[in-house]
Design a protein around this ligand. Structure first.
Ligand SMILES: [Zn+2]
Ligand SMILES: [Zn+2]
Length: 222
């Protein structure tokens, strides 16, 4: 599948930058971003997703189900995005069309997954999670809004630091965050008690979904 990525580099090529050489060390990374499509067998089953799931949560599921490197995911976010530096998960910063076609998701779901950068609604710069939500593989864009302090589904306080080492992950779509689904990028500890996997789906209950939707509407996000 990656044959065309392994063509020898012509000796007349100009010197390559470190970034290019890094890409060359992984066959998949030399593919055009548009090649990372469901046509190649990458799947994201819509049944895995819950209402108002954040883009981080969606990409973690996509990564886990398809064993994709975080780098390939970061490259989906736009040709000008430095995968290591990353980009804020905000509507204005992401190329929705590229994500839409790769993930085969409706634009509506992607808009809900990304918050607009609004001054009157301060968002946390660190990843905030509900322990029970994340054990089900769920994180909502809602949890990044600073005024939201408890998970509406489980009524548990949202947490910002790793319980083991105290690391607060910057809420940035970069290789570091995308490479470590449901775990602390610093020490590797799990954020929740379980790991999400496509063959062990634990959907939120109807009641939990309604509670999340209610807060989403109350916060004027629809
Ligand atoms: Zn929760
Ligand atoms: Zn940690």
């Amino acid at each position: 599948m990656f044959n065309h990525a392994m063509q020898p580099v012509a000796s007349s090529s100009p010197p390559r930058s470190v970034a290019e050489l890094t890409r060359l060390s992984f066959p998949i990374l030399t593919l055009e971003e548009r090649s990372l499509t469901p046509a190649l067998g990458y799947v994201l089953n819509k049944k895995w997703l819950e209402p108002y799931e954040s883009i981080v949560s969606i990409l973690w599921k996509f990564k886990t189900a398809n064993a994709l490197p975080g780098y390939a995911l970061a490259r989906l976010l736009g040709p000008r995005v430095d995968p290591y530096e990353g980009v804020a998960p905000q509507l204005e910063a992401i190329e929705l069309e590229r994500l839409r076609s790769t993930l085969d998701l409706p634009v509506k779901a992607l808009r809900a997954a990304l918050l607009p950068a609004l001054q009157h609604r301060p968002c946390s710069e660190s990843f905030r999670y509900g322990r029970r939500c994340i054990a089900c593989g769920y994180h909502s864009a809602l949890y990044q809004i600073e005024r939201v302090i408890v998970c509406p589904a489980h009524s548990l306080p949202l947490e910002v630091a790793c319980r083991r080492c105290g690391y607060e992950a910057p809420y940035l779509l970069n290789v570091r965050l995308l490479e470590t689904p449901y775990r602390c990028a610093e020490c590797g500890a799990r954020y929740g008690s379980k790991k999400w996997s496509p063959d062990r789906i634990q959907p939120l209950s109807g009641e939990h979904r309604r509670a999340i939707t209610r807060v989403y509407i109350e916060r004027g996000l629809l």
